[in-house]
Write a protein that binds this ligand. Structure first.
Ligand code: FAD
Length: 422
């Protein structure tokens, strides 16, 4: 049976790839669990540094959030740079800014490996309320004055240069942001990793990490035992299956996307061809595909059960933004789990010889590639930049295994309600 959550435009337009399965015990320097952006980037960067690397993926590369997301490349983290500075002081804010805003490692990887993934420049944050617009404008001014980071503040009256809807109260256009075909990026990274010597084993589940003897760490997979000097756990919303203790730091929130049939008026809807995300707590985000479909994400569900009809679930959000295509044909509808932390900052770190990075909280398309590379850098002995992210604070969700999700859901419902009330 086909997976109803994976009826995606991306899967239908994915570059050719071969399932790579191997069975048997093996030894290597680095074993990576998970073939999303984080794991693939870490594996590639480790191989480039001369480590022997095996990557084990439950299904196929890009099967998780990395192959299903909105494809929006948004510089930074879920916190604004001014919030980071207020909380952590100027030195740490500088370091975070240099990594998370300045370093566009996705663009660098695409250029280096010639990855064909429909990369486009430009991201627009659209203000849902006048108050949101004021905050955005202040932040843009702060970024320009403090870091020389240039973006364009777009008044409500000028929004039609970017988007054909009167719904928003202005916005900020960031030319350093952009959008891409995330699954083809993941496949491109996997091919680059293989060329660099990484052995990818797909369709294989890791059950357990045994780090009782520090070196080697042993991974029990469903077929074999992999012994490695270092392990990288890049399983994101599945992390609790492999390491229950780390699973306490995130909850999975289901999020859904649709892709319309190619639209004759696509360029009129989004004349600037930027990716757009609005400022609602349960946000709408959308962009055009290379073949002029509208790819639209909207509406979260706090239940893990997908809606019976994903297209019907997302369509009203799209219709509110673009009433003229309310009845457009929808060719694809899919969904995935966004791993969200308590404070919406990623949870990155190291326990002995096991590294981990997860919980990018819906803001991972850009920073996961960086995180993977910083893990490789730390493993090779230079942990300074890795520590900038690893030192971000994090707390487990309260409530233990059974109450964690319901309690987090209550909190999220509260904010979603505030959104509705304005
Ligand atoms: C619907 C949706 C829309 C999103 N939109 C955006 C967006 O527009 N912009 C943005 O910045 N972010 C977005 N995100 C978030 C972003 O996609 C993620 O932060 C990012 O892809 C996480 O990458 P990852 O490699 O850490 O995890 P994943 O891509 O989830 O990879 C984890 C991998 O681990 C594998 N795995 C799990 N368990 C095991 C096991 N036991 N053994 C072996 N392998 C295992 C899984 O199969 C999976 O392939 C979105 C997420 C979703 C779900």
């Amino acid at each position: 049976m086909t997976d109803p959550l994976n009826h995606s435009y991306y899967a239908a337009t994915a570059h050719e790839r071969q399932l790579r399965s191997d069975i048997g015990d093996e030894r290597c320097d680095v074993a990576v669990i998970g073939g999303g952006f984080t794991g693939l980037s870490a594996a590639l960067a480790c191989a480039e540094r001369g480590f022997s690397v095996i990557l084990i993926e439950l299904k196929t590369v890009g099967f998780g959030a990395s192959g299903r997301n909105g494809g929006q490349l948004i510089p930074g983290l879920r916190w604004t740079a001014s919030e980071l500075e207020e909380e952590f002081g100027s030195e740490r804010a500088n370091a975070l800014f240099n990594l998370c805003w300045r370093e566009n490692r996705v663009k660098a990887r695409i250029a280096k490996h010639g990855i064909a993934c429909d990369l486009k420049a430009g991201h627009l944050e659209a203000a849902w309320t006048p108050k949101d617009f004021d905050a955005m404008r202040r932040e843009a001014d702060y970024l320009a004055a403090r870091f020389g980071y240039e973006s364009d503040v777009v008044a409500k009256t000028d929004m039609d240069a970017h988007i054909a809807t009167p719904l928003y109260h202005g916005g900020v256009h960031d030319p350093q942001g952009g959008h891409f075909h995330p699954l083809n990026y993941a496949i491109g990274l996997a091919k680059a990793a293989e060329r660099a010597g990484v052995r990818i084993r797909e369709d294989e589940r890791v059950w357990l990490i045994d780090s009782s003897s520090a070196d080697p760490v042993e991974l029990m997979t469903e077929w074999s035992i992999i012994s490695a000097r270092y392990v990288i756990d890049a399983t994101d919303s599945w992390i609790g299956d492999v390491e229950p203790d780390l699973g306490r730091y995130t909850v999975p929130i289901m999020n859904y996307n649709i892709a319309t049939a190619p639209l004759a008026n696509a360029d009129a809807l989004l004349p600037g061809d930027a990716a757009v995300a609005d400022s609602r707590f349960v946000l709408n985000y959308f962009r055009l595909s290379a073949d002029k479909r509208l790819i639209f994400g909207g509406g979260e569900r706090y239940s893990q059960t997908p809606p019976r009809d994903i297209a019907a679930f997302v369509r009203p959000f799209m219709a509110e933004v673009f009433p003229e295509i309310a009845d457009a044909k929808i060719d694809y509808g899919w969904g995935g789990a966004v791993a969200v932390t308590m404070n919406r900052l990623p949870h990155i770190g190291r326990r002995g010889n096991v590294f981990y990075a997860h919980g990018f909280s819906g803001h991972g398309a850009l920073v996961t590639t960086l995180a993977g590379e910083l893990i490789a850098e730390a493993m090779a002995g230079t942990a300074e930049r890795f520590d900038v992210l690893a030192n971000l604070p994090s707390k487990p969700f309260p409530g233990g295994k059974w109450l964690r999700q319901p309690l987090a859901t209550l909190g999220l419902l509260y904010y979603a309600m505030k959104d509705k009330l304005g």
